[in-house]
Write a protein that binds this ligand. Structure first.
Ligand code: ZN
Length: 356
């Protein structure tokens, strides 16, 4: 059953992983120096080399290698080379990858930076995320997460004091009066959760069966050694906990639902122990990806404490840990070894009070 789920979701997972890998890319984005960087000539852009070209009604054509280098790999076209930096006809700019409307020509302004500049986006169309460089703010299509460019504030170009600096290659212009393209199905939006609740075989097994979970991977987190092996972690000296990284579709299952399940399939009240497994590697811990996750976990711990459970779960803040996938033979363990004992038993701790 789980194997089928794995196969079905493999394509989605690979898309998600490609996206995650892209986020970690070290390629520069935004405003490169006038020389150097990857040159993206307008003539090489396969779609819309004529600015009035409108995308196909049903779906957007595949990305050219150069478009992919910007949209997927977060590259940057060379300034003054894109097709829209000096283009001011009335209309709408849509996402090159999914066709979602992003910007209006009425929000476009002349910045002389060499890239199309907008002081606003269509409501909800563009998402801001911290850039991998730790300094700038990246902007992506809210629908499909295509890389668009970067957003800057405080430059005083317009009263809105905001500049969306967008790669021409990330957009297609639709002239005013022409119908907008039908949006293609977006890449599934995914989020990640990491839980440690004793032996990862059982934790992975519980989450992998859950609707909305794209993949659950056993691994190690929270320690001080890089690329630990199972043998290393078993020494109880690496500081790593056996943990499971869950990639999920938040439209189908929420982080809170996952976290609730986590607290009900392992015992959050035993220090460095789950059932027969003893050691710091079997501690109860939640490795948060962001502050929102931390707040959810802290709220749930509050509920459990109100129910009489003396929760010892460690709540680890985002950015302070690394997750390392475990060896292949630990993945899908209970699928490979049916009938093995799993110490993870469901207990409805949010409904039932602790035994005094
Ligand atoms: Zn898009």
């Amino acid at each position: 059953m789980k194997k089928r789920l794995w196969i079905i979701s493999a394509a989605a997972a690979s898309v998600a992983m490609a996206w995650l890998a892209g986020c970690q890319s070290n390629q520069p984005g935004g405003r490169p120096a006038q020389s150097g960087g990857e040159s993206i000539a307008a003539s090489e852009v396969s779609m819309g080399s004529n600015p009035t070209t409108r995308p196909d009604q049903s779906s957007m054509p595949p990305l050219s290698p150069l478009e992919k280098s910007i949209i997927v790999d977060k590259g940057t076209e060379r300034p003054f080379t894109g097709q829209y930096w000096d283009f001011f006809k009335p209309g709408t700019y849509v996402c090159r990858r999914c066709g979602a409307p992003l910007y209006r020509s009425t929000d476009k302004f002349e910045s002389e930076c060499g890239w199309p500049s907008f002081d606003d986006a269509l409501p909800g169309a563009v998402k801001r995320v911290p850039d991998a460089d730790g300094m700038r703010t990246e902007i992506v299509c809210a629908n499909c997460r295509a890389h668009l460019g970067h957003v800057f504030e405080g430059e005083h170009f317009t009263p809105k004091d905001t500049r969306h600096c967008v790669n021409s290659a990330s957009m297609v212009f639709v002239p005013q009066g022409q119908p907008l393209p039908a949006e293609t199905r977006p890449t599934p939006r995914t989020e990640t959760a990491i839980f440690a609740g004793g032996c990862f075989w059982g934790v992975e097994h519980h989450f992998d069966r859950l609707p909305g979970v794209i993949e659950a991977v056993s691994g190690y987190a929270g320690g001080t050694t890089d690329n630990p092996t199972y043998r290393d972690v078993c020494t109880d000296k690496t500081g790593h906990a056996e943990a499971v990284r869950i990639v999920f579709d938040p439209a189908k299952v929420t982080y809170e639902q996952l976290a609730r399940l986590f607290f009900e399939i392992h015992d959050p009240t035993t220090v460095d122990r789950q059932g027969p497994d003893v050691g710091t590697q079997y501690r109860s811990a939640v490795f948060c990806e962001n502050d929102a996750q931390k707040q959810v976990v802290e709220k749930l711990i509050g509920e459990l404490k109100a129910n009489g459970y003396k929760v010892v779960t460690q709540v680890v803040a985002a950015g302070s840990f690394k997750f390392y996938p475990a060896e292949d033979y630990h993945q899908d363990y209970f699928v490979k070894h049916p009938g093995r004992y799993d110490c993870h038993v469901f207990v409805p701790r949010f409904k039932e009070k602790a035994n005094p």
